[in-house]
Design a protein around this ligand. Sequence first.
Ligand SMILES: [Zn+2]
Length: 258
Amino acid sequence: MNIVIGVLYAIYGLLVGSFLNVCIYRIPRHIFWRNAHSYCPNCHTELKWYELVPLFSYLFLGGRCRTCHERISLRYPLVEGGNMLLWILAYITFGFGWYSVALCLLFSLLLVVSAIDLDIMEIPNGMVLTIAVLGVAPFVASFFADNGLPSTLPWWGYLVGVAAASVPLFLIALATRGGIGGGDVKLMAALGLFCGWRVVLLGAFFGVILGGVMAAILLLLFGKNRRAMMPLAPALALGTVVALLWGEPILDAIAAMF
Ligand SMILES: [Zn+2]
C-alpha cells in the first residue's frame, strides 16, 4: 500500500462524491443536462467555487446557504464523505489496479441508486444499465489468466451471477407482492455480472437481512402504517458492498467448514 496513491483515491473519491450529489438531485428531475452551474435548491442562487468544495464548504458555511440561510441537507456531506470512505476501502482491500478503480465506480453508482431509491422509491433503468455495462469488465477479464480479479471464478460464474440473486428475489417478489420491486430484481441481475454468483448471493443475503432489520426498526418506531414503505435498494447495495470488499474470505471460511 502506498500512502500517496491512497490519498489520491481519497481526494478523487471526495470530488466524485460531490458530482454524485448533482446526479442524485438532477437525474430524478430529468434536468441533468440543463444549466451547468450548481445552485441552491431553495433560493436558486448560483454557488461560488468556495461553496462547492466537498465537505469543507459544508463545515465552513455551518450547514446553511450563504444567501438565504436555508439549511443544507446533511445528505451532501454524507454522500461526499461516504464516497470517499468507499474509495479508500476499495484501495486498501485490493490495491491500485483496474479492479479497484472499477469497484470505486460501482460503489459510486450504488450510492446514487440508493439515494434516488430513498427519494422517489424508484431505481432509474439508466442506472441499472450503467452498472450492467460496468459488469462486463470483470466478466471479460475472467477469460484471461492473471486478470487482476480477487476470485478465481470461471467466466460462466459471472453469467450465472446474473440470475443467482435476481431470480430468487423475483420469485419472492411474486409471492409477497410488496417490499421487493422490479427495480431491485434488475439491480441484482446487473450486480451479478460484476460480482459473480458467489459474491452476489452473499450480498443479497446480507442485504435482505439488513433490509429486514431496518424494516423492523421502522415498524417499531412508526407503527404498522409504514408497512412496505422502506425501499430495499439501499440495503441490497450495502450488503453487496460488504460482500465485494470482504466476501471472498467469508466464502472461503464457509467452504472450509464442509
Ligand atoms: Zn439559498
